[in-house]
Ligand binder design. Sequence first.
Ligand code: NAD
Length: 252
Amino acid sequence: MKVIAVTGGAQGIGRAVAYAFATRGYAVSIADPADDAGAEVVDAIHRLGLPAIHETADVGTPADIGRWMERTAAELGCPDVLVNNAGIGRRAPFLELTAEDFDRVVAVNLRGTFLCSQAAARCMAARGQGGAIVNIASTRAFMSEPGTEAYSATKGGIVALTHAMAISLGPQRIRVNCVSPGWIETADWQYSARAHKPAHSERDCEQHPVGRVGVPEDVAEACVFLAESAPFVTGQNLVVDGGMTVKMIYEE
Ligand SMILES: NC(=O)c1ccc[n+]([C@@H]2O[C@H](COP(=O)([O-])OP(=O)(O)OC[C@H]3O[C@@H](n4cnc5c(N)ncnc54)[C@H](O)[C@@H]3O)[C@@H](O)[C@H]2O)c1
């Protein structure tokens, strides 16, 4: 049985990723600090008759990553696929953003992606059967609103880290790609006790050439494609944004 490891898999896009791979027969390992939400996902995957584990882990803490990866290998086996999905933001006016907040976003989003990839790649390389890593970046790697420096910088870093790792890990037959989601409404994939779905206006939908805001399944299916059906694709960034970032806006 193949194994997927997904960070931040208890809620939102990561939860949809966990389900998308589970419904294709993967055993699932989740690292997420959210205990109740993690337990809920594990229960649901067990009900599908598939193995799943949740480790209470913060990818900003290196020891947590080591513990999670060791437990994954021991209980499920070496991951065939790693999806680095966990991500946080610290939105603040540029002149007020603190070094501590900047560092925390880097530690979770960028260093966490590096360390989880390194831990999974060690396991994949030792096993000798290759593997796939998919990093979740963002269209904010390429365009911005005010006050998003920490988040945008880490997402740009993830795009660069992706092609660097693709080159380094090519000899081990480990492909590394990233997905850059645009606006994704995650309400349906939050912990059940907290889920609240906002309404989207016509204008929200019209910003997207496909006519709607994205859903976590859109991103999850892109991850499945890159992991399962793209053996000649590595080092790439796949934008999943309903066309939002290629649409010109002229206010007349
Ligand atoms: N939702 C969007 O519109 C959107 C757009 C572009 C990119 N993204 C990216 O997609 C990823 C998932 O976003 P989402 O909207 O589903 O988020 P979310 O907030 O809905 O869920 C994130 C999950 O990650 C977990 N998490 C938070 N900090 C963590 C940590 N330090 N270690 C491990 N897990 C942690 C949370 O507990 C939660 O379960 C993020 O990397 C985000 O930057 C989201």
